[in-house]
Design a protein around this ligand. Structure first.
Ligand code: HEC
Ligand code: HEC
Ligand code: HEC
Length: 194
């Protein structure tokens, strides 16, 4: 039994390690989706995009799948010039350029929100012990996830990930972090030992 348990543990640990490293090799769309997971923001966001919907309901090849944009060797470094070419198979260069410029702006606004939060968090870290900052740190972790959602929403042209799981979620994080900081300051003012 002890041996069995240990084998299970080693197996779990090695799966854990495998997950940290992207695998080498060629894959098809179904394999990408199966390994990354249907609920991962990359797959979920893509599926909610027009491309993702068309890939499910339209003639094969009408809209791009994972492999069309990432190549079957998905874990090579990204080549952004190749991406414009990829989009150019189906869209005009001007449309693609406009989308790209909009995407850069949208991410820049997201980065501004992160910088504002990080400034506040840095100030709080210099004023309060770590134990008092658990709420703020937790909100900051969520903010980083939502910033990734936004990046994926832009990359995968997924309005839901830009406008629902992206910016509004970031705004929520920003408000919650400010609220948590105000609360700390209030408690500190009422009782300076805190
Ligand atoms: C057997 C599992 C597995 C398969 C199959 C797989 N991936 Fe991954 N992928 C990973 C892991 C693990 C990572 C690294 C951790 C992470 O970023 O989630 C990763 C990372 C990535 C990244 C980020 C790349 C980087 O260097 O940061 C992209 C993009 C990606 N995968 C796309 C794909 C696409 C597209 C396919 C199909 C062609 C695919 N993956 C197939 C497991 C897999
Ligand atoms: C229309 C083209 C397109 C399709 C289709 C597409 N992707 Fe992407 N994907 C991109 C681009 C562009 C990026 C952004 C790359 C960057 O910024 O480095 C990206 C980013 C990613 C990332 C994030 C890498 C990171 O830096 O965190 C993952 C993971 C990923 N895609 C997986 C997938 C999977 C899985 C599928 C299929 C379900 C898929 N993509 C379909 C174009 C596409
Ligand atoms: C295999 C062909 C194909 C490729 C490659 C492709 N698309 Fe598309 N895309 C389509 C089709 C088809 C539609 C649906 C057009 C419509 O509304 O009738 C679409 C829709 C879109 C939409 C939604 C437009 C809307 O009105 O909602 C965006 C944004 C988009 N594509 C961006 C891109 C970008 C950026 C790339 C490259 C990363 C890309 N596409 C690559 C075929 C493609």
């Amino acid at each position: 039994m002890a041996l069995l348990l240990r084998t299970g543990l080693v197996l779990l640990l090695s799966i854990g390690t495998a997950f940290a490293q992207p695998p080498a090799g060629s894959f098809n769309d179904a394999q990408c989706v199966a390994c990354h997971g249907e609920t991962s923001p990359e797959v979920h966001g893509y599926r909610l995009s027009k491309h993702g919907v068309l890939a499910q309901i339209s003639t094969p090849g009408r809209a791009p799948g994972c492999v069309d944009c990432h190549t079957p060797q998905a874990h090579h470094p990204a080549d952004t010039d190749a991406m414009s070419q990829t989009c150019g198979h189906c869209h005009s260069p001007r449309y693609v350029e406009t989308l790209r410029a909009n995407g850069v702006r949208m991410q820049e606004v997201g980065n501004m929100k992160q910088r504002e939060v990080l400034q506040l968090l840095t100030r709080a870290r210099s004023q309060f012990p770590a134990a008092a900052l658990q709420d703020m740190e937790k909100h900051y972790q969520h903010l980083q996830q939502h910033l990734r959602n936004l990046r994926l929403g832009v990359a995968h042209q997924s309005p839901d990930y830009q406008w629902w799981h992206g910016h509004p979620a970031l705004d929520g994080d920003l408000l919650r972090i400010k609220g948590a900081y105000d609360e700390l300051m209030r408690r500190h003012a009422a009782d300076p030992k805190h």
